[in-house]
Each structure stands twice: as C-alpha cells, then as structure tokens.
Design a protein around this ligand. Structure first.
Ligand SMILES: Nc1ncnc2c1ncn2[C@@H]1O[C@H](COP(=O)(O)OP(=O)(O)OP(=O)(O)O)[C@@H](O)[C@H]1O
Ligand SMILES: [Mg+2]
Length: 352
C-alpha cells in the first residue's frame, strides 16, 4: 500500500498571537502525509514549538484550521489530541523521576487488579511494547537512574502506549549523543514503515536531511515552503531559515593570550539523590580566549554555568574569577568582576 498519498494532518493558515502581543504563528500551512517523516526547521523563536503545541491541544490558536484525516478538529487539551491519535514528546521531558520506567509509561492509564495498580502487568506490557519497537529499556529501572537517551525512549513509548499514530518530536536530538541519535533514527524509520507519521523539529540540518521525507521551513511565524528532503542543500536551507546568506567561515584574528581570568579546580556537584552532576571538573580560561565547552545537553554544562554565575553555591571545589573565590561573593559582585550570562532559555531565565 502506498501510504504517501494519504494526508493525515493539514494545518491551514494557523495564527497565534500571545497575550503579550507576540505573533508566534502568522499564517502557517503544513501537510503531513501518512508514513512520512516531516521536519520543521526555523531559527530560534520562529514559532515551531508554538505550532506543535497548537496541534497537541496545549495552546489555542488565534485563527486557522486543523484537519485530521480530512476532518476538521478542535483540541481543547492534550487529552483530546491523544484520543485522536496524536502524541508529542516535548523539548524538555515530563517524567516522574521517582517512578519506574513501566509506571511512567502507564501513568494515568495503569492496568488495575482488584482496585490496585497491577505492577506485573505494567512491566509485562512495557516489555511487549519495547520488544515490538526494538527499544532497549529496563521496565523496572527507576527513571532517575537511567540515561537521557533512555528517558527519551520512555517518553516515546508513553506516547505509543496511548495509541498515537502521529508522533511529534520537538528537538529530540538536542539531548542525544551521536550514537543515541543514530538509534533514534533507526527507530523512527521502523515507525515510518509501520505506518506512523512523524513531525520532527531540529536545528541540526545534516540530521534533518538524513532522516526527512519532507522539510517545511518556517521564518518569523510564516511558512516559506515545503521541500523534498533531498531538494535543498544544508546551506540553501539555512539561508532560507534566516533570510540572508549565512556566513559559515570566519577569519580568526590573532590575539595575545592574557592572564588567567577564570580558574576552576575540582568542581563537584551532586543532585538531591546523591547523583554526580559535576565530578572533579577543571577549567582555566585566559583573557582574550574563546573557550568552547562541548557536550550533549544534560551532562552538567547547565550546572557549570549556574556555578560560575553564582546561582548555585552547593558545589565543592573552587571557582576563582580574577583570583577571587566567588563562593564568598554575591551575584552582583560577580557581575562587577565582568561576568555576564546569556541563558539558553531567555523566556524563563532572562532576568538573572
Ligand atoms: N507563552 C508565551 N508567551 C508569549 N510569547 C511566547 C510564549 N511562548 C513563546 N513565545 C514567543 O513566541 C515566539 C515563537 O516561540 P516558539 O517557542 O514557538 O519558537 P521556536 O521556533 O520553537 O524556537 P526554539 O527553536 O528556540 O525552540 C518567540 O518570539 C517566543 O518568544
Ligand atoms: Mg521550540
């Protein structure tokens, strides 16, 4: 059967104006076909998450039409979207750390026996689901003890356990190692072959090109177009996303390396459960140097930034800025030493 000709989801002229006047979606059109992996790309703030939250019933659109298998639908809540077979895995996971993998998957729809949660059945159903989709996961492990990649599998299985046929994945690879990303892509291809339809948001254009059948480009809340996965090169895509030629190479100016301005010795940080978040981290930064810290999201970089800015002082070890131990300093004194911080999420953390 040729799935590709069947439209499963059509978004027509979707508009969203938030209460603060921000026009996040300004007439977006998108068509998702059966058994298709469809990427949505766009710069930060282009309106991708807003659009997906509208499809998932989390946000009400200001205007526009959603057709599901040809029929107009209104979703007042995610519950209604789930009932119609739409599942979403958010940019930030929504799991309960203290519960098992199996319980997270069946949270709210737990199988019961004599009025009590049937744990054995939950574990068995989880194993069956995992086996069906070739997911490697321990149903009895506590979510707080599993890796970020495994947490994502739990989120996906949670959506599948609720009968989703359309999967929306918002930035699924941001938190994954390259190996985990490969594993996810293999899983997505399996879903596709089984007849699932997938919307996939990503900033990583090489990944988008390798996995997608279709790519829709969004800029400033507007659809620029939908293209075949192989139709445009990475640089053509990024030029479309930002609306001008993207310069990909810079001339490095040679700068004389100055004195050490940031010195971190044996930085250690543990979470509430005693799990290590930073373990003997050392770093030294000289004046005039740009230092990159590379790592997959969730591996401590966020905590590192909080410690350097004085937002978290629960660490052991030492952070010296211009030779001063910042543990003894207030946030404004640290700022006076010349430290500034542009947070990842400016909406929630932008006031520090
Ligand atoms: N709850 C909200 N209230 C007001 N404005 C919002 C809200 N959520 C998002 N916005 C704004 O709407 C615009 C679109 O945001 P959205 O999160 O949809 O973008 P995005 O394409 O998903 O970005 P990113 O790539 O950073 O995830 C941005 O200007 C954002 O600041
Ligand atoms: Mg987003």
């Amino acid at each position: 059967m040729n799935f590709l000709t069947r439209k499963v989801l059509e978004l027509k002229n979707i508009r969203k104006v938030y209460d603060n006047g921000v026009v996040a979606n300004d007439g977006i059109d998108l068509t998702l076909n059966q058994s298709e992996i469809h990427a949505i790309v766009g710069e930060n703030g282009a309106g991708k998450s807003t659009l997906m939250n509208i499809v998932f019933g989390e946000i009400k659109p200001t205007a526009g039409t959603i057709l599901l298998r040809g029929e107009q639908v209104y979703f007042g809540s995610p519950k209604q979207a789930i009932e119609k077979g739409i599942g979403m895995v958010h940019q930030h996971f929504k799991l309960v750390d203290s519960l098992t993998v199996a319980h997270n998957i069946f949270l709210g729809i737990e199988p019961k026996k004599a009025g009590f949660i049937d744990k054995n059945k939950m574990i068995r159903l989880t194993s069956e689901l995992a086996e069906k989709y070739k997911f490697r996961i321990d149903p009895e492990a506590l979510v707080r003890d599993i890796s970020v990649g495994e947490k994502q599998k739990v989120e996906i299985l949670k959506v599948l356990a609720r009968g989703a046929e359309i999967l929306i994945l918002d930035e699924p690879t941001a938190v994954l190692t390259p190996q985990e990303t490969e594993e996810l892509f293999t899983e997505l291809r399996t879903f596709k072959e089984t007849g699932y339809s997938i919307i996939f948001i990503s900033h990583k254009l090489n990944e988008v090109k390798s996995i997608s059948d279709k790519i829709t480009v969004i800029r400033k809340g507007k659809t620029l177009g939908t293209y075949d996965g192989s139709e445009l090169s990475e640089s053509e895509l990024s030029n479309l996303m930002v609306g001008r030629e993207v310069v990909r190479s810079f001339d490095k100016v040679l700068v004389e390396k100055g004195e050490v301005v940031l010195d971190i010795h044996n930085l250690k940080l543990v979470n509430d459960f005693g799990k290590k978040k930073l373990n003997n981290f050392n770093l030294s930064l000289n004046r005039g140097v740009i230092l990159g810290v590379a790592g997959v999201e969730g591996n401590g970089q966020d905590d590192l930034v909080k410690c350097i800015c004085g937002l978290n002082k629960e660490y052991s070890g030492e952070i010296l800025i211009c030779n001063r131990d910042i543990k003894k300093l207030g946030i404004s004194e640290i700022r006076d030493l010349g430290v500034a911080h542009i947070p990842e999420d400016r909406m929630t953390d932008g006031l520090h």
